[in-house]
Design a protein around this ligand. Structure first.
Ligand SMILES: [Zn+2]
Length: 289
């Protein structure tokens, strides 16, 4: 029996849309003293330190030999740890010798603290070093603070996207059709360079698409008048009037003077535009070389 086809056939390519980096949402945990006290009391390690501190008794090595490294870490800092308003705090001397009392952060609020240090609008997704500098000034301290900041920042999608922006779709390369020598020319400006004895600081480059001959002219400035003058006297008068002059979007080439010169000489002025297939960068390649 004939069965009606219900599923739609999808045709064509998927749109080339880069994956959006995810902003980590703000945690529901409010870092009030009550919450911190509560979280310390329910933390498997800190609650033991709390108990020892309330008893005023540091356990001896034999008693804790089978305990976790984490517990031993805090006990090794016994002299620097104290209770402030019922909250376990540690006097922390960083490498700048600016000691301060810091709250021993239970594991359950570590991510929330990191979010405040790195993800808020004012935190601005700073790098590992700067986020760690902020952590030093914050009221919190936890074991492996530097390491956990490093891992957090390295795993941040927003930071990752900034470092490696998704590839934008590029236009296919096309060959540029040329006719005769100096029929189509391209021009660009390089500099500023150290000033010469003749007070020149810039180089105007004019290249011929047909022969690939490229000429460079020294200039004192990059004003439209200077650029138009050189192109007219050094190139057009010598090699003939081109049909087309190609340039980037430099303001000299976009100036009324330059456009007027092109109009009078019936030159088609083209310019580099993003994703334009004819923006073949002949001159830019020469400048780099
Ligand atoms: Zn980030």
């Amino acid at each position: 029996m004939f069965r009606e086809k219900t599923s739609k056939i999808k045709r064509g390519r998927k749109p080339n849309r880069p994956k959006q980096a995810k902003q980590i949402p703000q945690s529901d945990t409010d870092l009030t003293l009550e919450v911190i006290r509560d979280k310390q009391e329910s933390d498997s390690i800190l609650k033991q330190i709390l108990k020892y501190k309330i008893e005023g008794r540091k356990p001896d090595l034999g008693e804790i030999s089978y305990e976790s490294v984490h517990l031993k870490y805090w006990l090794a800092r016994w002299e620097s740890i104290d209770l402030k308003n019922g909250i376990l705090c540690m006097y922390w001397d960083d490498d700048t010798k600016k000691g301060r009392w810091k709250i021993c952060a239970p594991n359950s609020i570590e991510k929330t603290i990191l979010w405040y240090l790195h993800d808020t609008k004012t935190a601005g997704h700073l790098g590992i070093k700067k986020t760690y500098e902020k952590a030093k000034l914050s009221p919190f301290y936890w074991r492996n603070m530097q390491e956990s900041i490093k891992n957090y920042v390295n795993q941040c999608e927003i930071c990752g996207e900034r470092k490696n922006p998704p590839n934008k779709k590029r236009h296919c390369m096309k060959s540029y059709v040329v006719g005769d020598p100096f029929e189509r020319i391209a021009t660009d400006i390089a500099g500023p360079f150290p000033i010469t004895d003749n007070k020149n600081r810039y180089i105007l480059v004019v290249g011929d698409y047909f022969s690939k001959l490229t000429k460079a002219y020294a200039m004192q400035d990059i004003q439209a008048k200077t650029v138009a003058n050189i192109i007219f006297r050094a190139s057009i008068k010598r090699y003939g009037c081109p049909i087309e002059v190609h340039s980037d979007q430099g303001k000299q080439y976009e100036s009324a003077l330059f456009k007027e010169m092109c109009t009078l000489l019936e030159i088609n002025k083209t310019r580099t535009t993003p994703f334009h297939p004819r923006s073949d960068g002949m001159i830019e390649c020469m400048n780099r070389g």
